[in-house]
Design a protein around this ligand. Structure first.
Ligand code: NAD
Length: 481
């Protein structure tokens, strides 16, 4: 791999972005940034502490006094500037995503673009959203909720920051962002974009740091009115619990164990490659990954053959190579986690059809795992119930359409699902019975104005377009006598 062979200087990040300026960290803890393809230290970041966080919250609170009263047109202008500034750095943001956590080029470019376009989409949604309604002597207005803490996961940094910041700015909120500390190089580029967009001071502040330090301060601080969080169920539950103390509004975008239902009229030659794309996107480190593949029992042998054939199109490799489908896991912790689940699957009696434990041959220097497909999986096995967050697919056989729907819904998660079949009416009927925030029919597709979010343990609230702006608004009614 070319990137590995090059001799590089170690990059250092020692600042946060507070009140419109890059400021030296008050926190002193230094964390190494490790490249997942070869475990080399490529950077060092100084992590913020509670004091940095409180300074950022104070700046956001001061800025809210005026920003909360801006017009739609004022905020639209800022969204356009943010879109322009981030669009100019798409290549840099993508390259950083590939290097910093091994996001594959195939996917990283799309993710960064969706994140950048979130500003344009929020502007569009804002133009179409009536923020005032009146009848008789009553006027109802939607007002910015106040200071928002935006806490994000590492696996698609620009997307999460883009979605949350765009919605908050559209609503008139000021923010303190705490990105995942595993995304510091990507965040640094984003901060340069933010600075170039020349937002009024204090509207957007960013503190890089640990969740249990910076994130926890945002959650408990009484001057933060809302938390919008993307991450794991366990941390989301803690945020909901701890946020209750100061009556925080919360949006939680959490995990998934998404089903892909292949109906018995599907063309397996198309359905199986599509299902594998959904399972292995972002090397399986995606909340929406379709990790449970539900197939008709009577077609199981044909499905297995189709999977073995289709796996050739999912090579492991250098994430920078556009031909690579599966890159390394982001961290040692992620690598260990995926290995532990593969072992668990074998112990519980599932059969390895492809992949398995250990490193793929020739990829021992990084956190690479083998894309793995299990067959003979029962929906009550650990590998079918828990989110693995790696390229591990469970094939589960069903008896009938009703059985498929039952298995799909027999999960604590409900984020995303897919239905694949030739008869579209039938696929729609099945889709309408899936308890998930999004169901796609016949392929992985996106609509930037369609809501994103989860049923059940997959979360609370929605993002994207006007659905994303709503949770940053409060409703006030003024009644005249
Ligand atoms: P995580 O929950 O460990 O961390 C997410 C963020 O929360 C990080 O910024 C982290 O520093 C912070 N955090 C940790 N402890 C905290 C605390 N006590 N208080 C406040 N903040 C705290 O998750 P992760 O490993 O970064 O991401 C993977 C998870 O995110 C998976 O479960 C995945 O499904 C989920 N995810 C969901 C979506 C979605 O849109 N629904 C998208 C991407 C990822």
């Amino acid at each position: 791999m070319k990137a590995i062979a090059e001799k590089e200087t170690i990059r250092t990040i020692t600042t946060h972005y507070i009140d419109g300026a890059f400021v030296e960290s008050h926190g002193r803890e230094v964390m190494d940034i490790i490249r997942p393809t070869d475990r080399q230290v490529i950077g060092r970041v100084t992590l913020g502490d509670e004091e940095d966080t409180r300074r950022a919250i104070a700046a956001a609170k001061r800025a809210f006094a005026t920003f909360g009263r801006t017009t739609n047109e004022d905020r639209s202008k800022l969204l356009r500037r943010l879109h322009e500034a981030t669009s100019a750095r798409i290549d840099d943001l993508t390259a950083a995503m590939i290097e910093e956590y091994g996001g594959v080029a195939q996917f990283a470019g799309q993710i960064v673009e969706t994140g950048v376009n979130a500003f344009r989409e929020a502007e569009k949604a804002l133009q179409e959203m009536p923020l005032t309604r009146s009848w008789g002597k009553t006027t109802v207005t939607l007002e910015a909720v106040g200071v928002a803490g935006l806490i994000t996961a590492w696996n698609a940094n620009t997307l999460f920051i883009g979605l949350k910041l765009a919605s908050a700015v559209a609503a008139g909120c000021t923010v303190v962002i705490k990105p995942s500390e595993l995304s510091s190089l990507q965040t640094q580029i984003f901060l340069e974009c933010l600075h170039a967009a020349e937002l009024p001071n204090g509207v957007c502040n960013v503190v890089i740091g640990r969740g249990d330090v910076v994130g926890a301060e945002l959650v408990r601080n009484p001057d933060v009115d809302k938390i919008s969080f993307t991450g794991s169920v366990a941390v989301g539950q803690g945020i909901m619990r701890d946020g209750a103390e100061t009556m925080k509004r919360v949006t939680l975008e959490l995990g998934g164990k998404s089903p892909t239902i292949v109906l018995d009229d599907a063309n397996l030659g198309q359905a199986i490659p599509t299902a594998l794309v959904m399972a292995f996107m972002n090397s399986g480190q995606a909340c929406a990954a379709g990790t449970r593949l539900l197939v008709p029992k009577k077609q199981l042998d044909a499905v297995k053959r189709a999977i073995v054939e289709a796996m050739r199109a999912f090579p492991v490799g250098d994430p920078a190579d556009p031909k690579t489908a599966v890159g390394p896991m982001a961290t040692q912790k992620q690598y260990d986690r995926v290995q532990a689940y593969i072992r668990k699957g074998i112990e519980e009696g599932a059969e390895v059809l492809a992949g398995g434990e250990g490193y793929p041959e020739g990829f021992e220097r990084g956190y690479f795992v083998k894309p793995t497909v299990f067959v003979n999986v029962k929906n009550d096995m650990t590998i079918a119930r828990e989110e693995i967050f790696g390229p591990v697919l469970c094939v589960i056989a069903y008896e009938s359409e009703d059985d498929a729907i039952r298995i799909a819904n027999d999960s604590r998660y409900g984020l995303h699902a897919a239905v694949i079949g030739t008869d579209v009416q039938r696929a729609r009927r099945v889709a309408s019975q899936i308890r998930s925030g999004r169901v796609v029919i016949n392929n992985m597709t996106d609509d930037p104005q369609a809501p994103w979010g989860g049923f059940k343990y997959s979360g609370v609230g929605r993002e994207y377009g006007r659905y994303g702006i709503d949770p940053f608004l409060e409703t006030r009614a003024v009644l005249e006598s």
